[in-house]
Design a protein around this ligand. Structure first.
Ligand SMILES: Cc1cc2nc3c(=O)[nH]c(=O)nc-3n(C[C@H](O)[C@H](O)[C@H](O)COP(=O)(O)O)c2cc1C
Length: 185
């Protein structure tokens, strides 16, 4: 199987973010045919269409960077039952100028992680609403709503819950198949 480059976007800027810890764990759990890179979205200026005529460097770099990937994996918390602004901003920045969206046709998947019991379900599905519009074919099964996050990581930030690890490994195997089937040629 070919090797596919996957951009990983994390919807939390928090130093001790569970979502960032999960993203790092997924880098290790991914099959060899997926090469994952976590992309920093915390420095992107807030989207303002007026800036399209004098692009912020961070937008330019981000758009070019994402163009070079075969797929995209979103790992996000839930903020007020929706997608954190930092992640929505990154999607908006990548989606413009009109007709030149960097997301178009790139296969994707969503993982939501929360200390709460419903595992960020609301954010996971709100995100999917935007992904339909920006034409990211998004893996439907397995779904990954990871609750109880405070108990899943050790003091060094490693995912140390065996059943979650096993589940996420299967999730990444399914995502590999999804990318292989849906990647643009
Ligand atoms: C502004 C804000 C809104 C939040 N809303 C929700 C929510 O709707 N559902 C939920 O499960 N947790 C919510 N939380 C709690 C987050 O799940 C928790 O802070 C989590 O640790 C954030 O993810 P992170 O560890 O990756 O930073 C909220 C936290 C903040 C700061």
């Amino acid at each position: 199987m070919a090797t596919y480059k996957i951009a990983v976007l994390v919807g939390s800027l928090r130093k001790e973010s569970y979502n960032m810890k999960m993203a790092k764990a997924l880098v290790g759990l991914a099959p060899p045919s997926l090469s994952l890179q976590i992309i920093n979205i915390g420095e992107l200026p807030l989207y303002n269409e007026d800036l399209e005529t004098s692009l912020p460097d961070q937008w330019k770099v981000f758009r070019e960077q994402i163009q070079g990937f075969d797929g995209v994996l979103f790992v996000t918390p839930e903020y007020n039952r929706s997608v954190p602004a930092v992640l929505k901003n990154a999607i908006d920045v990548g989606s413009r100028p009109y007709g030149k969206s960097v997301w178009d046709g790139k296969p994707g998947a969503v993982v939501s992680v929360s200390p709460g019991s419903i595992g960020g379900f609301g954010a996971n599905h709100h995100l999917r609403q935007s992904l339909v519009f920006v034409n990211v074919p998004t893996m439907q099964q397995p779904e990954a709503y990871i609750g109880g996050a405070a108990k899943l990581f050790d003091e060094s930030g490693n995912l140390n819950n065996e059943s979650t690890k096993e589940f996420m490994k299967k999730f990444m195997e399914a995502f590999t198949q999804w990318v292989a089937t849906n990647a643009k040629t």
